[in-house]
Design a protein around this ligand. Structure first.
Ligand code: NAD
Length: 292
């Protein structure tokens, strides 16, 4: 059996084109959605991520601004930058690129972002709204995963979903989104005993652990949908996921590749969240697809 490929690159392209159309309609009303990305220091991976976010905004017509700050900035100075962005009307979304230098407390900075501009969905209020299944801005990678799952054409309701990883940005929020889609959800993590047996019961397996190729074919129920969130380098420096792709393809029903699976969907959901924030901030409703 060879699994069907869940192509995140293609779905992201389709979604970005839909977002571009919606942004165009907003612009006709005199509104341009705006995203501010705050980059502290020159961490190579962060610089690359920020560049891709800028490029993606440009492609769909969202105004983007990168605020580059020195590594030596104090926490108080950074908080003032956030306050200023909170006040600026042309900025609908604020994203602080993580990680921050160790002398700055990340959660203190995130907590200062206005909830209605929190396009990463990391503030306690938006995380709380997610828990309560209320309207809000939710983390991008989990939103992208749900969109990919819906693309399989299979219903999530009633399925047993096993999520490996319990971080605040992937594991926990994707577990909640799956629960709201009526899956039966099991959360596993580094202290879970008997991970293989638990994983083998999954109709939907989400691997978000950051361990290169850890999920081998004996973790997979035949026909399962496998979502690989991991971004790791193998011993040869090649980009790989948490799933041993070639072997798992022989057992799974559907699988996301790395790269080209979850990754492209994450930035796409950032665009979607920025558009959504802009619509809410301007009290505008557009017909068509926006999940929010
Ligand atoms: P994290 O380090 O914050 O969390 C990892 C989680 O995995 C923890 O909850 C831990 O308990 C669990 N874990 C670790 N080793 C385990 C093991 N052997 N067995 C069971 N559980 C284990 O990481 P994160 O920020 O949630 O990211 C997870 C992975 O996803 C990373 O590789 C990261 O690079 C990637 N990621 C990808 C995207 C994307 O857009 N594709 C976005 C965010 C994160």
């Amino acid at each position: 059996m060879t699994a069907m490929l869940l192509n995140g690159k293609e779905l992201a392209k389709k979604r970005r084109s839909e977002i571009k159309t919606q942004v165009g309609r907003l612009k006709e009303m005199g509104i341009t959605p705006g995203l501010a990305v705050v980059l502290v220091g020159e961490n190579l991976a962060s610089v690359t991520y920020v560049r891709s976010k800028e490029k993606a905004c440009h492609e769909v017509g969202i105004y983007s601004e990168v605020i580059r700050l020195p590594e030596t900035i104090t926490e108080e100075e950074l908080l003032q930058v956030i306050e200023e962005l909170n006040r600026r009307e042309e900025i609908d979304g604020i994203l602080v690129q993580l990680p921050l230098p160790s002398h700055i407390r990340e959660q203190v900075v995130i907590n200062r972002i206005a909830v209605e501009k929190d396009v990463d969905g990391f503030t306690p209020v938006n995380q709380g709204k997610l828990l309560l299944n209320e309207k809000g801005l939710f983390p991008c990678t989990p939103l992208g995963i749900i969109d990919l799952l819906k693309e399989t054409g299979q219903s999530i309701a009633g399925k047993h979903a096993v999520v490996i990883g319990r971080s605040n940005i992937v594991g926990k929020p994707v577990s909640l989104l799956l629960l709201h889609q009526h899956a039966t959800v099991t959360m596993a993590h580094s202290r879970t005993v008997g991970l293989k047996q638990i994983a083998r019961e999954a109709d939907i397996l989400v691997a978000a652990m950051g361990q290169a190729k850890k999920i081998t074919s004996d973790y997979i129920k035949p026909g399962a949908i496998v979502i690989d969130v991991g971004i790791n380098r193998d011993e040869n420096g090649k980009l790989v996921g948490d799933v041993d792709f070639e072997a798992v393809c022989e057992v799974a029903g559907c699988i996301t590749p790395v790269p080209g699976g979850v990754g492209p969907m994450t930035i796409t959901m950032l665009l979607q969240n920025t558009l959504q924030a802009s619509l809410w901030n301007h009290h505008v409703e557009l017909a068509g697809r926006i999940d929010g």
